[in-house]
Design a protein around this ligand. Structure first.
Ligand code: ZN
Length: 328
Protein backbone atom coordinates (compact mmCIF):
# COMPACT_ATOMS: atom_id res chain seq x y z
CA UNK A 1 0.00 0.00 0.00
CA UNK A 2 1.79 3.09 -1.29
CA UNK A 3 0.81 6.68 -1.92
CA UNK A 4 1.24 7.60 -5.59
CA UNK A 5 2.72 11.05 -5.00
CA UNK A 6 1.11 14.46 -4.79
CA UNK A 7 -2.51 14.69 -5.98
CA UNK A 8 -3.04 18.47 -5.78
CA UNK A 9 -2.16 21.58 -3.82
CA UNK A 10 -4.96 23.90 -2.72
CA UNK A 11 -4.20 27.55 -2.01
CA UNK A 12 -6.08 30.77 -1.29
CA UNK A 13 -6.68 33.78 -3.52
CA UNK A 14 -8.55 36.99 -2.78
CA UNK A 15 -8.85 37.92 -6.45
CA UNK A 16 -10.34 35.26 -8.70
CA UNK A 17 -10.06 37.23 -11.94
CA UNK A 18 -6.39 38.03 -11.40
CA UNK A 19 -5.80 34.43 -10.30
CA UNK A 20 -7.35 32.99 -13.47
CA UNK A 21 -5.35 35.43 -15.59
CA UNK A 22 -2.07 34.48 -13.91
CA UNK A 23 -2.43 30.71 -13.80
CA UNK A 24 -3.95 30.32 -17.29
CA UNK A 25 -2.44 33.20 -19.28
CA UNK A 26 0.97 33.66 -17.64
CA UNK A 27 1.67 30.08 -16.53
CA UNK A 28 -0.35 28.43 -19.30
CA UNK A 29 -2.21 25.94 -17.15
CA UNK A 30 -5.71 24.91 -18.15
CA UNK A 31 -8.66 25.92 -15.98
CA UNK A 32 -10.09 22.40 -15.90
CA UNK A 33 -12.83 23.04 -13.37
CA UNK A 34 -14.69 26.06 -12.12
CA UNK A 35 -16.79 25.01 -9.17
CA UNK A 36 -17.51 26.18 -5.62
CA UNK A 37 -15.96 25.36 -2.28
CA UNK A 38 -18.30 22.60 -1.08
CA UNK A 39 -18.00 23.82 2.51
CA UNK A 40 -18.57 27.50 1.57
CA UNK A 41 -20.53 27.83 -1.66
CA UNK A 42 -20.07 31.61 -1.75
CA UNK A 43 -16.47 30.95 -2.84
CA UNK A 44 -15.22 29.62 -6.14
CA UNK A 45 -12.98 26.59 -6.19
CA UNK A 46 -10.74 26.90 -9.25
CA UNK A 47 -8.63 24.00 -10.55
CA UNK A 48 -5.64 24.58 -12.86
CA UNK A 49 -3.94 21.58 -14.37
CA UNK A 50 -2.76 19.82 -17.51
CA UNK A 51 -5.02 19.18 -20.51
CA UNK A 52 -7.30 16.75 -18.65
CA UNK A 53 -6.66 17.61 -15.03
CA UNK A 54 -4.68 14.45 -14.42
CA UNK A 55 -3.98 13.78 -10.73
CA UNK A 56 -0.61 15.24 -9.81
CA UNK A 57 -0.93 18.20 -12.16
CA UNK A 58 -3.39 20.45 -10.37
CA UNK A 59 -3.02 23.50 -8.23
CA UNK A 60 -6.39 24.69 -6.96
CA UNK A 61 -7.63 27.86 -5.28
CA UNK A 62 -10.35 28.82 -2.88
CA UNK A 63 -11.45 32.35 -3.76
CA UNK A 64 -11.92 34.20 -0.48
CA UNK A 65 -12.18 37.87 -1.41
CA UNK A 66 -12.17 38.87 2.29
CA UNK A 67 -8.89 37.07 3.01
CA UNK A 68 -5.98 39.20 4.11
CA UNK A 69 -2.50 38.59 2.77
CA UNK A 70 -1.03 35.33 4.05
CA UNK A 71 1.50 35.63 6.86
CA UNK A 72 4.28 33.14 6.17
CA UNK A 73 4.83 30.97 9.21
CA UNK A 74 5.56 27.50 10.47
CA UNK A 75 3.00 24.76 9.94
CA UNK A 76 2.51 25.84 6.35
CA UNK A 77 3.38 24.74 2.85
CA UNK A 78 5.88 27.50 2.12
CA UNK A 79 6.58 26.74 -1.55
CA UNK A 80 4.91 24.77 -4.33
CA UNK A 81 7.09 23.51 -7.18
CA UNK A 82 5.97 22.73 -10.74
CA UNK A 83 7.90 20.50 -13.15
CA UNK A 84 9.08 21.59 -16.60
CA UNK A 85 11.32 19.77 -19.07
CA UNK A 86 14.94 20.86 -19.31
CA UNK A 87 17.46 23.32 -17.88
CA UNK A 88 17.18 25.58 -20.94
CA UNK A 89 13.41 25.66 -20.42
CA UNK A 90 14.06 27.63 -17.23
CA UNK A 91 15.87 30.29 -19.32
CA UNK A 92 12.87 30.38 -21.64
CA UNK A 93 10.61 30.87 -18.60
CA UNK A 94 12.77 33.70 -17.27
CA UNK A 95 12.16 35.57 -20.51
CA UNK A 96 8.45 34.81 -20.31
CA UNK A 97 8.19 35.98 -16.70
CA UNK A 98 10.08 39.16 -17.67
CA UNK A 99 7.63 39.85 -20.46
CA UNK A 100 4.72 39.31 -18.05
CA UNK A 101 6.25 41.53 -15.33
CA UNK A 102 6.47 38.63 -12.87
CA UNK A 103 9.24 38.82 -10.29
CA UNK A 104 11.56 35.82 -10.00
CA UNK A 105 14.84 34.91 -8.33
CA UNK A 106 18.09 33.46 -9.61
CA UNK A 107 18.11 29.90 -10.92
CA UNK A 108 19.79 27.67 -8.33
CA UNK A 109 20.74 24.00 -7.99
CA UNK A 110 19.05 21.73 -5.47
CA UNK A 111 19.96 18.06 -5.28
CA UNK A 112 21.20 18.14 -8.85
CA UNK A 113 18.14 19.88 -10.25
CA UNK A 114 17.85 23.44 -11.55
CA UNK A 115 15.16 25.53 -9.81
CA UNK A 116 13.63 28.88 -10.82
CA UNK A 117 11.83 30.56 -7.89
CA UNK A 118 9.06 33.12 -8.50
CA UNK A 119 5.86 34.42 -6.95
CA UNK A 120 2.30 34.90 -8.13
CA UNK A 121 0.58 38.32 -7.87
CA UNK A 122 -0.41 37.66 -4.24
CA UNK A 123 3.04 36.53 -3.14
CA UNK A 124 2.36 32.79 -3.46
CA UNK A 125 5.83 31.20 -3.50
CA UNK A 126 6.29 28.98 -6.52
CA UNK A 127 9.13 27.23 -8.32
CA UNK A 128 9.77 25.72 -11.73
CA UNK A 129 12.01 22.65 -11.49
CA UNK A 130 13.79 20.89 -14.35
CA UNK A 131 12.47 17.32 -14.07
CA UNK A 132 14.61 15.82 -16.84
CA UNK A 133 17.50 14.77 -14.60
CA UNK A 134 15.45 11.78 -13.46
CA UNK A 135 15.70 8.49 -15.38
CA UNK A 136 13.32 8.53 -18.30
CA UNK A 137 10.30 6.38 -17.67
CA UNK A 138 10.74 6.18 -13.89
CA UNK A 139 8.68 8.00 -11.31
CA UNK A 140 5.37 9.75 -11.91
CA UNK A 141 4.65 10.21 -15.63
CA UNK A 142 4.45 13.91 -16.47
CA UNK A 143 1.14 15.49 -17.42
CA UNK A 144 0.51 16.90 -20.88
CA UNK A 145 0.07 20.67 -21.32
CA UNK A 146 -3.15 21.74 -23.01
CA UNK A 147 -2.91 22.21 -26.77
CA UNK A 148 -4.67 25.60 -26.51
CA UNK A 149 -2.31 26.89 -23.81
CA UNK A 150 -0.63 30.24 -24.56
CA UNK A 151 2.65 28.57 -23.49
CA UNK A 152 4.46 26.36 -26.04
CA UNK A 153 3.58 22.76 -25.34
CA UNK A 154 7.23 21.65 -25.13
CA UNK A 155 7.95 24.39 -22.53
CA UNK A 156 4.76 23.98 -20.57
CA UNK A 157 4.25 23.06 -16.93
CA UNK A 158 3.60 19.33 -16.78
CA UNK A 159 2.56 18.88 -13.21
CA UNK A 160 3.57 19.37 -9.61
CA UNK A 161 7.15 18.52 -8.67
CA UNK A 162 6.85 18.81 -4.91
CA UNK A 163 6.08 20.97 -1.91
CA UNK A 164 8.19 22.52 0.84
CA UNK A 165 6.86 22.61 4.39
CA UNK A 166 8.11 25.17 6.92
CA UNK A 167 8.11 23.61 10.39
CA UNK A 168 9.24 24.56 13.87
CA UNK A 169 10.80 21.10 14.23
CA UNK A 170 11.47 18.48 11.55
CA UNK A 171 11.19 15.30 13.60
CA UNK A 172 7.46 15.04 14.37
CA UNK A 173 6.51 15.58 10.72
CA UNK A 174 9.37 13.42 9.42
CA UNK A 175 8.22 10.58 11.68
CA UNK A 176 4.66 10.71 10.31
CA UNK A 177 5.97 10.82 6.74
CA UNK A 178 8.25 7.81 7.17
CA UNK A 179 6.47 5.72 9.82
CA UNK A 180 2.86 6.26 8.77
CA UNK A 181 2.82 7.45 5.16
CA UNK A 182 5.55 5.39 3.51
CA UNK A 183 7.91 8.24 2.59
CA UNK A 184 11.66 7.63 2.21
CA UNK A 185 14.30 10.14 3.26
CA UNK A 186 16.43 11.15 0.27
CA UNK A 187 18.87 13.62 1.80
CA UNK A 188 19.40 16.27 4.43
CA UNK A 189 21.46 19.44 4.27
CA UNK A 190 21.61 22.94 5.67
CA UNK A 191 20.31 25.73 3.45
CA UNK A 192 20.61 29.38 4.47
CA UNK A 193 21.27 28.15 8.00
CA UNK A 194 18.12 26.00 8.11
CA UNK A 195 18.00 22.21 8.36
CA UNK A 196 16.36 20.94 5.19
CA UNK A 197 15.40 17.34 4.43
CA UNK A 198 13.92 15.79 1.31
CA UNK A 199 11.47 12.89 1.21
CA UNK A 200 9.87 10.94 -1.63
CA UNK A 201 7.00 8.50 -1.73
CA UNK A 202 5.74 5.74 -4.04
CA UNK A 203 7.48 5.83 -7.43
CA UNK A 204 9.78 8.66 -6.25
CA UNK A 205 11.13 11.58 -8.27
CA UNK A 206 9.19 14.60 -9.55
CA UNK A 207 5.60 14.55 -8.38
CA UNK A 208 6.38 12.75 -5.12
CA UNK A 209 8.70 15.16 -3.29
CA UNK A 210 8.10 16.68 0.15
CA UNK A 211 10.84 18.94 1.49
CA UNK A 212 10.92 19.94 5.15
CA UNK A 213 12.63 23.12 6.31
CA UNK A 214 13.20 23.62 10.04
CA UNK A 215 12.22 27.16 11.02
CA UNK A 216 12.13 27.45 14.84
CA UNK A 217 12.18 31.23 14.32
CA UNK A 218 8.72 31.30 12.71
CA UNK A 219 5.41 31.34 14.54
CA UNK A 220 2.75 28.78 13.68
CA UNK A 221 0.04 30.32 11.50
CA UNK A 222 -2.96 28.12 10.86
CA UNK A 223 -5.14 30.83 9.33
CA UNK A 224 -4.20 30.81 5.68
CA UNK A 225 -4.50 34.08 3.82
CA UNK A 226 -4.33 35.03 0.15
CA UNK A 227 -1.04 33.87 -1.30
CA UNK A 228 -0.83 30.94 1.11
CA UNK A 229 -1.47 27.22 0.76
CA UNK A 230 -4.47 25.65 2.49
CA UNK A 231 -3.49 21.98 2.16
CA UNK A 232 -1.60 19.43 0.11
CA UNK A 233 -3.20 16.20 -1.11
CA UNK A 234 -1.59 12.83 -1.84
CA UNK A 235 -2.75 10.18 -4.28
CA UNK A 236 -4.32 6.76 -3.90
CA UNK A 237 -5.56 4.76 -6.92
CA UNK A 238 -9.04 3.76 -5.77
CA UNK A 239 -11.66 3.63 -3.02
CA UNK A 240 -10.32 0.38 -1.59
CA UNK A 241 -6.87 1.89 -1.03
CA UNK A 242 -8.52 5.05 0.30
CA UNK A 243 -10.46 3.11 2.94
CA UNK A 244 -7.32 1.21 3.92
CA UNK A 245 -5.38 4.45 4.35
CA UNK A 246 -8.16 5.94 6.45
CA UNK A 247 -8.08 2.93 8.78
CA UNK A 248 -4.30 3.06 9.02
CA UNK A 249 -4.18 6.78 9.85
CA UNK A 250 -7.02 6.48 12.34
CA UNK A 251 -5.20 3.64 14.09
CA UNK A 252 -2.09 5.84 14.28
CA UNK A 253 -4.20 8.42 16.15
CA UNK A 254 -3.88 11.07 13.46
CA UNK A 255 -7.44 12.40 13.79
CA UNK A 256 -8.44 11.70 10.21
CA UNK A 257 -11.86 12.83 8.92
CA UNK A 258 -14.49 10.51 7.49
CA UNK A 259 -14.38 10.00 3.71
CA UNK A 260 -15.82 13.07 1.99
CA UNK A 261 -17.11 12.75 -1.57
CA UNK A 262 -15.76 15.73 -3.54
CA UNK A 263 -17.43 14.31 -6.67
CA UNK A 264 -14.24 14.63 -8.76
CA UNK A 265 -12.41 12.53 -6.17
CA UNK A 266 -12.94 11.32 -2.62
CA UNK A 267 -10.99 12.85 0.25
CA UNK A 268 -9.86 12.36 3.81
CA UNK A 269 -8.01 15.01 5.80
CA UNK A 270 -5.74 15.12 8.83
CA UNK A 271 -3.35 17.66 10.32
CA UNK A 272 0.21 16.41 10.57
CA UNK A 273 1.95 17.21 13.88
CA UNK A 274 3.83 20.18 12.44
CA UNK A 275 0.52 21.90 11.66
CA UNK A 276 0.13 21.36 7.90
CA UNK A 277 -3.23 20.07 6.66
CA UNK A 278 -2.80 16.87 4.63
CA UNK A 279 -5.41 15.24 2.39
CA UNK A 280 -5.45 11.84 0.75
CA UNK A 281 -7.53 11.76 -2.43
CA UNK A 282 -8.53 9.13 -4.97
CA UNK A 283 -7.26 9.45 -8.54
CA UNK A 284 -10.78 9.14 -9.91
CA UNK A 285 -13.39 9.80 -11.11
CA UNK A 286 -11.61 12.99 -12.29
CA UNK A 287 -12.64 16.20 -14.01
CA UNK A 288 -14.23 14.64 -17.06
CA UNK A 289 -16.92 13.11 -14.81
CA UNK A 290 -19.35 15.93 -15.60
CA UNK A 291 -17.89 17.82 -18.57
CA UNK A 292 -16.74 17.07 -22.11
CA UNK A 293 -12.90 17.05 -22.18
CA UNK A 294 -13.07 19.76 -24.87
CA UNK A 295 -15.15 22.06 -22.67
CA UNK A 296 -13.58 21.63 -19.22
CA UNK A 297 -13.85 24.65 -16.96
CA UNK A 298 -15.92 26.79 -19.31
CA UNK A 299 -19.03 26.79 -17.13
CA UNK A 300 -19.74 26.63 -13.42
CA UNK A 301 -19.78 22.95 -12.45
CA UNK A 302 -21.70 21.87 -9.39
CA UNK A 303 -21.71 18.40 -7.89
CA UNK A 304 -25.16 16.75 -8.04
CA UNK A 305 -25.93 17.51 -4.38
CA UNK A 306 -25.51 21.26 -5.02
CA UNK A 307 -27.22 21.36 -8.44
CA UNK A 308 -30.70 22.04 -6.96
CA UNK A 309 -29.27 25.27 -5.46
CA UNK A 310 -27.57 26.45 -8.68
CA UNK A 311 -29.57 29.68 -9.11
CA UNK A 312 -28.92 30.76 -5.54
CA UNK A 313 -25.23 29.76 -5.68
CA UNK A 314 -24.62 31.57 -8.97
CA UNK A 315 -26.27 34.71 -7.60
CA UNK A 316 -23.76 34.71 -4.72
CA UNK A 317 -20.66 34.54 -6.92
CA UNK A 318 -18.83 37.48 -8.48
CA UNK A 319 -18.33 37.01 -12.22
CA UNK A 320 -14.74 36.12 -13.15
CA UNK A 321 -13.21 38.46 -15.71
CA UNK A 322 -9.56 37.53 -16.32
CA UNK A 323 -9.34 39.85 -19.34
CA UNK A 324 -10.07 42.81 -17.08
CA UNK A 325 -7.69 41.74 -14.32
CA UNK A 326 -4.85 44.07 -13.52
CA UNK A 327 -1.55 42.70 -14.81
CA UNK A 328 0.67 41.14 -12.18
ZN1 ZN B 1 -7.89 19.21 -1.57
Amino acid sequence: MELGGIHHVTAVTANASENVAFYTRTLGLRLVKKTVNQDDTSAYHLFYADELGRPGTDMTFFDWSFAGRNRPGAGQVSTTAFRVPGRETLEWWKARLDSEDVSYGEVFERNGQAVLPFTDPEGQRLELVDDTTEDEGSGVPPGVPWKHSPVDRERGIRGLEGVTLALNRLEPTATVLTEQMGFRKVEEHTENGHRTATYEVGPGGPGTVVRLVERPDLRIHRTVGAGGVHHVAFRVPDDEAHDAWRAKLAEAGLGVTPVIDRFYFRSIYFREPGGVLFEIATDGPGFTADEDPERLGENLSLPPFLEPRRTQIEAGLEPINPAGAARA
